[in-house]
Design a protein around this ligand. Sequence first.
Ligand code: SF4
Length: 289
Amino acid sequence: MEILIAKSAGFCFGVDQAVNKIEKLIAINQTLNVPKPLYTYGPIIHNPHVVDNLKKRHVNVIAKIEELPLVEKGTILIRSHGVTFQEMKEMKDAGFEVVDSTCPYVKKIHRIVQKASKEGHEIIIVGSKAHPEVVGISGWSLKPVQFIEELEDVDEIELEISKTYCVVAQTTFNHNLYEGILNKLQKKGIRVIINETICAATVERQIEANELSKRVTKMLVIGGKDSSNTRKLYEICKRQCKDTYYIETIEDLVLNVFTVNDIIGITAGASTPKNIIEEVISNVRNAEF
Ligand code: SF4
């Protein structure tokens, strides 16, 4: 059996930065006589094991802005997905210290959307409407925005020839699908301002997963079940390798599907901690036939 591991598997720069920041805040807290309450706004990453571990160390999740009056004042860390302008304002106005760990690539999209809407352009966000990153981005526009999730949505949204549309994509959106959507918009004769906002780390991870899954007999994609970038990786790999398995931890790994002749590919989403990846690799490596 051979195991091939994607170089790009695991935490991306933005997630790494947010996790390091919360660790620093915990360390500072431990030096205080009276520790400050620590929160993250939403789960810090889409990985329940990391979130549970933080909870054990007294870092709680504030799920929505309405919860602010119900909790003790303290420090809120904004995760890499970012938040809306209004949410940021309300946290500060309510007397919380805000540590902004929005990924710089997401922050850049906030600025694009804010500026373009100020200049009077229409805003189209390509991505999953309900994803926190997309919700956050939409909240930096000064006017209502439209969403495209699938190629077919281009025919559903309201488009006017006289207007200019500023188009941005969720950072983890599928690169090929974004190109297809942009082409379709342009073919309709719509004036579009195209922004390349898909994160290079995401593109690199998707390309590597695509190539790797062509060369293997079985493919493992590791990541939280709620992680949209992991799900996209799974879909990409599944197209190339029908025996692709989506696992969150070692517990989901069914070793008896492997045979001695298998070539096993392993990749992981941007929010998958190193220790989980290593545990999976070591279990696969030590599998007995
Ligand atoms: S995937 Fe890219 S944009 Fe998203 S948090 Fe990671 S580095 Fe930032």
